[in-house]
Design a protein around this ligand. Structure first.
Ligand code: SAM
Length: 225
């Protein structure tokens, strides 16, 4: 009888309050300025993407476990990476590392067409189900090695890698459209820096952003298992 009001024991109203506070205290206060992105972060129900035991922490300022030994990043890191991507409404976007599907839902609020790829089949199945249930059925969720991108669906205007790479994956650069941007954490297995690569004709420019700690990108253009 309380099915619509309570989400795994916490009142939906209270979760909406947590979400609004997260946007103000973790995102705006730390310099996230893109209003479309802030509206998307204020809309997408993060609690739906995580396990029921963690719902009380859905809007905590820290990563959470998502199964298969993986994590969902803290909200600020999601926002900082998506802001660096500079998504336009007409963009085709590729995300590498679907995890829960949360970031793909944020991207779907901002872009025309979202493709996301994940190497763990169990996470792919869960993310597909959640995205469909929440009305993001247009997001294409694929299973495979995303370090090799999705050649058959390239080019993409924007590519976001949500796992740590030892170097910028060349194949992903080749799948960027002219004028495109690639955002990827690059570094060692224990610490990385977010790199933003822009492609303009034959010219590639790279800027370095926040320090971060991501789970490894495991694959042909990433780390060995
Ligand atoms: N964006 C996700 C979300 O919103 O829940 C969180 C991403 S999590 C930090 C990184 C994900 O990248 C993990 O689920 C991991 O299994 C995945 N991953 C690692 N290497 C990969 C690869 N080569 N191809 C696709 N996914 C990969």
């Amino acid at each position: 009888m309380f099915g619509n009001y309570f989400t795994h024991g916490k009142a939906a109203e209270s979760l909406a309050g947590d979400r609004a506070r997260m946007v103000d205290t973790q995102l705006r206060s730390r310099g996230i300025r893109d209003e479309r992105l802030l509206a998307a972060m204020a809309k997408v129900p993060r609690e739906e993407f995580i396990s029921s035991e963690d719902v009380a922490d859905a809007y905590g300022d820290f990563p959470l476990p998502i199964g298969a030994g993986q994590t969902i990043s803290q909200p600020y890191i999601v926002a900082a990476m998506v802001e660096a991507l500079e998504v336009n409404p007409e963009d085709r976007v590729l995300e590498v590392g679907t995890g829960t599907g949360y970031e793909a839902a944020i991207l779907a609020e901002l872009a025309a067409d979202v493709w996301t790829i994940e190497r763990h089949a169990e996470l792919v199945d869960k993310a597909r189900e959640i995205l469909q249930r929440l009305g993001y059925a247009d997001v294409h969720v694929l299973h495979g090695d995303g370090s090799l991108g999705l050649g058959e669906h390239a080019p993409f205007n924007k590519i976001l890698v949500a796992a740590a790479a030892p170097r910028v994956p060349e194949t992903l650069v080749s799948q960027l459209a002219d004028g495109g941007r690639l955002v990827v954490p690059v570094g060692s297995r224990s610490e990385q820096q977010v790199e933003v690569m822009r492609k303009l004709g034959d010219q590639i420019s790279i800027t370095k952003h926040d320090r971060c700690r991501f789970v490894p990108l495991v694959g042909a253009q990433g780390w060995e298992l």
